[in-house]
Design a protein around this ligand. Structure first.
Ligand code: AMP
Ligand code: GLY
Length: 419
């Protein structure tokens, strides 16, 4: 089976690496890919959001499965166009992708189906937003309603800060919600419209600075599994949150097909949904892929063709994986581009280590940085501590003068293990 993977980041490099190991994967193509992905796939200069171009490529390259990495092509309806053309695709329709694209859509779906989440109101105007504040205790959470890549969220620690966030948003749709107390964890489930199964758990570090300080980023590191999401909490999250969501979308006539990434708050009352994403997390994906056993292409094809209930549920190795992001100086503001990167091969000599490319390009002198997050250095081992040690040894091998990374990825887990 020939496979076409859409995307060009570290997440897609990890997906390509894992697909390349699948016995059922024939020729693997990536659009547009990157120099890391080119190690496993033939890269095609196609815009992944151009539905017509992707569908034409699927035909001409005799593609049996399209795997969509990022959210933009999903929101643009690329999965719909492929399905209409009779191509098996792993990734939801634009209608189901609203779970990520509209916070208000997801909150209303939760309320209508009794899915545990923070109490909330949706407002359109500044005046209504200010009035709604009276209903909530402080801290209170203010969210812009739209695809904001995590940037449109303010956790206001006082009424003044809440009002400032509302003023900064101006008139326009907002969600105001109750502050949830607890530890965050991410759950990844596969869904094919009829069946939803647990795939993996992970935790990431969103802040740029050590000690989880400074501005938010796409993620500076991650590890999988997240032991804080115990087997019991995982079961509750699947039964109380993920499966009711998939069932509600199917009843509405917009079944979800692909990976559901649930951001959870583990509260004293059990897991509650913070948000959904409709694709793998980045860098969570890089930490999850090394743990997945079996033929990954067969698994994704079963999802794409609505046969998830007919195959063995996905199995995870009982190991630990950790990813450290090496970013270009300046990230998440104005990252420096063009910095030379050397010694990736030396890093990959370390047992269990793979260096995924998040934002690289081939320059005249070799591999250079292109983008904020540049490398996703990943290690797998029997224990969390050992995976972490390997990942940092690998980071230390890499010669990238323009780069920086956090030295404390996994601190929560390390503290738990040492306790
Ligand atoms: P979101 O974009 O909805 O994932 O929000 C970004 C981040 O804001 C989350 O990862 C949480 O750390 C925080 N957050 C969002 N909603 C809440 C909430 N209701 N209570 C506490 N923290 C929240
Ligand atoms: N790591 C967070 C995300 O992919 O949205």
């Amino acid at each position: 089976m020939n496979i076409l993977l859409l995307g060009s980041g570290g997440r897609e490099d990890a997906l390509a690496w894992r697909l390349r190991q699948s016995p059922s994967c024939g020729t693997l193509f990536a659009a547009p890919g990157n120099p890391g992905i080119a190690r496993w796939a033939e890269c095609l200069a196609i815009d992944p959001c151009d539905a017509a171009a992707v569908a034409a490529t699927a035909r001409s390259r005799e593609i049996g499965l399209v795997v969509v990495g990022p959210e933009a092509p999903l929101v643009a309806g690329v999965a719909d166009a492929l399905r209409a053309a009779g191509v098996a695709v792993f990734g939801p329709s634009a209608a189901a992708a609203q779970l990520e694209g509209s916070k208000g859509f997801t909150k209303d779906l939760c309320r209508a189906n009794g899915i545990p989440t923070a109490d909330y109101v949706r407002v359109e105007r500044r005046r209504d937003a200010l009035a709604a504040l009276d209903r909530f205790a402080i801290p209170v959470v203010i969210k812009a309603d739209g695809l904001a890549a995590g940037k449109g969220v303010t956790v206001a620690m006082g009424r003044d800060e809440a009002e400032a966030a509302i003023d900064a948003a101006g008139d326009g749709p907002l969600v105001i919600e109750e502050f949830l107390e607890g530890e965050e964890a991410s759950l990844f489930a596969l869904a094919d419209g009829a069946t939803a199964v647990f795939l993996a758990s992970a935790q990431d570090h969103k802040r740029v600075g050590e000690g989880d300080t400074g501005p938010n980023t796409g993620g500076m590191g991650a590890y999988a599994p997240a032991p804080v999401l115990t087997a019991e909490l995982q079961r509750r999250a699947m039964d109380e949150i993920v499966r009711p969501t998939a069932a509600a979308l199917a009843r509405q006539g917009t079944p979800f097909n692909g990976v559901l990434y649930a951001g959870l708050m583990l509260t004293a009352d059990g897991p509650k949904l913070i948000e959904y994403n409709v694709r793998f997390g980045d860098p969570e994906c890089e930490a999850i892929m090394p743990l997945i056993e079996g033929d990954f292409a067969v698994l994704l094809h079963a999802v794409a063709s609505g046969r998830l209930g007919e195959i063995e549920p996905p199995a995870l190795a009982s190991k630990h994986a950790m990813t450290v992001i090496v970013a270009a100086r300046g990230y998440p503001g104005m990252p420096a581009s063009g910095g030379l990167i050397r010694e990736i091969e030396a890093a990959e000599q370390i047992e269990g280590v793979t260096v995924f490319h998040a934002g690289t390009a081939l320059g005249e002198q070799g591999l250079v940085a292109k983008g904020g997050r540049v490398l996703a250095v990943t290690a797998i081992a029997d224990t969390f501590a050992s995976a972490r040690a390997r990942a940092y040894r690998a980071v230390d091998q890499i010669d990238f003068a323009d780069g920086f990374h956090r030295r404390d990825i996994g601190w929560r887990e390390l503290a738990r293990e040492n306790a």
